[in-house]
Write a protein that binds this ligand. Sequence first.
Ligand code: AMP
Length: 249
Amino acid sequence: MKVLVAVKRVIDFNVKVRVKPDGSGVETANVKMSMNPFDEIGVEEALRLKEKGAATEVVAVSLGVQACQETIRTALAMGADRGIHVLTDVELQPLAVAKLLAAVVKKENPGLVILGKQAIDDDCNQTGQMLAALLGWSQGTFASKVAVNAGDLAVTREVDGGLESVALKLPAVVTTDLRLNEPRYASLPNIMKAKKKPIEALTPDALGVDPAPRLKLVKVEEPAKRQAGQKVKSVAELVDKLRNEAKVI
Ligand code: AMP
C-alpha cells in the first residue's frame, strides 16, 4: 500500500507571530518556517506503517511556493521515499488544497492519505475532510491510534469524553492528532541521503485545478494585550478590587 502524506510549510511553532502593520496578514519575511507539527506526526505514522510492513512506499506532498521543497526534504530526511511538489505562488485555501491533493491522489492511487488535523497557521481543520468528500473515501479524523487489518483501517479518535474507535474501508483519509506518536528526528546521514531522493514538480495547471482563493481575508488583528496582574494583601482587598475596579461582582 502506498501512503501519501501532506506536509505544509508554516511559520515555526516557536516563533512569535507578528501582524503586518496594514492588517493584511502576518509577517513571513525573514521568519523561520518549518513543517506543520501535525504533518510531522503524519510522516512518522506513515513511516511506522512501512516499518511494520503495512505500507510499501511513503510519498510526501507539499503545495505552495518554491521553498516548500525544504519541507519535502525534511520529510525525506525523516525517511519518506520520494516527494511531490505542486508549485504555485497563489495563496492556497483549504478547498484549493483539497482539490489539488485529490488530483495528485488520482495520479498516484495511494491506499491511504494522511494529513494533519489542522495547520497551525490558518487553524482551518478542513482540508482532510474536504479531500475525503471530494474522493468519496472514508475518513478517520483526529486519530490518536491507527492500525491496518486486512483491507480495513482501525482508527481511534480523541473525542470529548473519551476515545471513539472507527473501522474504515481502505482507501481512506486520516488526519493526525497530537498523541498519535512522537515524530523522529532526522539523523545526519539521512539528511544527506534525502538530498538524492526525487521530488516531482507539478503545477495546478498540469493537474487541471484552479487554485484561486474563494474567501476574502478582511483583516488580521493582534489579540487584545493582557494587562499585568496585581498582587493583593488580603481577601478583603481582592473583593474590594473586584467590586470597585474590575466591577465584576
Ligand atoms: P487546514 O485544513 O488548513 O487546517 O490543514 C490541515 C492539513 O492539510 C495540514 O495539516 C496538512 O496536512 C494539509 N495541508 C494544508 N495545506 C497544505 C499545503 N499547502 N501543502 C500540503 N499540505 C497541506
